[in-house]
Design a protein around this ligand. Sequence first.
Ligand SMILES: Cc1cc2nc3c(=O)[nH]c(=O)nc-3n(C[C@H](O)[C@H](O)[C@H](O)COP(=O)(O)O)c2cc1C
Length: 312
Amino acid sequence: MQKLNEWLGIEFPFIQGGMANIATAEFAAAVSNAGALGLIGAGGMPPEVFQESIRRCRSLTDKPFGVNIMLMHPQVEQLAAIAAEEKVAVITTGAGDPTRFIPAWKESGAKVIPVVAAVALAKLVAKRGADAVIAEGTESGGHVGETTTMALVPQVVDAVDIPVIAAGGIASGRQLLAAYALGAIGAQVGTCLLVSEECPIHENYKKAVLKAKDRDTVVTGRSVDAPVRCLRNQMTNAYIAKEREGADRMELEHFTLGGLRKAVFDGDVKTGSVMAGQVAGMLHEIKPLRQIFEEMTAQCGQTLKKLEGMGL
Ligand SMILES: Cc1cc2nc3c(=O)[nH]c(=O)nc-3n(C[C@H](O)[C@H](O)[C@H](O)COP(=O)(O)O)c2cc1C
């Protein structure tokens, strides 16, 4: 089995999750320069900003990088066309079925890696030409599915013949090793990079992630089929109370509209949407990106040796 870093021609077996409003050209380039695969998050970007970001990223790194296209973006067709036109090396997608875009992306030479939260979508995109899938469990920050990484990854691995990358709940070498054991070739990470030195979010956001404990994330929007995991705060409490009263999607959207931007740019961690995954509880320090990747990779190897020492 070829590992993710070997397949992509990078140093460490990690893809940085494409995080809307956070994964700028500068951040993606910093991740790629630190040895993993950086992604520009197109969610929240107008098409012209997206195109300019790809060009800027190219000027900031000579390493491979990619883009993440959020399929619920109102201008998704334009974003998809730009990604092909710019001949981006890797295209990942979030929140939906990207099959209609796959032929043009493949034609452009990109590796196409949709994020999936269910076996059915993994099988569909594999049949339609995806090069790999990212199987993302509900532990993740941001938009989530129902199934945990532990249950989802092996089921996706068994269902498709293309490589599987695990995402959701991975922030240490122990968890990376577990991902390999489940059959993945590497990991996509998001939450653990929020507390990197290079991550361009407001200091209050980083502090909130560092302060969080294991049970401090909640999922809003399950009742209206728009589940998002973030840190519990005034906004999520009000949102969930409204959900219990049976509020509809329109009414609930009012709570989250622009919420991530409020948290990322203004540092409003009370009424903003502080997206983060369940691993927030294990993050205690702000570190440079390269150190994060090195420590996780080293701990993975040490853990494997420990298990071998136990006769496993
Ligand atoms: C703040 C934040 C924003 C995110 N935004 C996106 C996004 O725009 N598109 C996407 O495909 N995934 C998004 N995700 C999910 C990540 O790409 C990644 O799959 C996930 O964070 C991995 O799980 P982890 O948070 O447990 O590391 C986001 C995650 C976070 C934490």
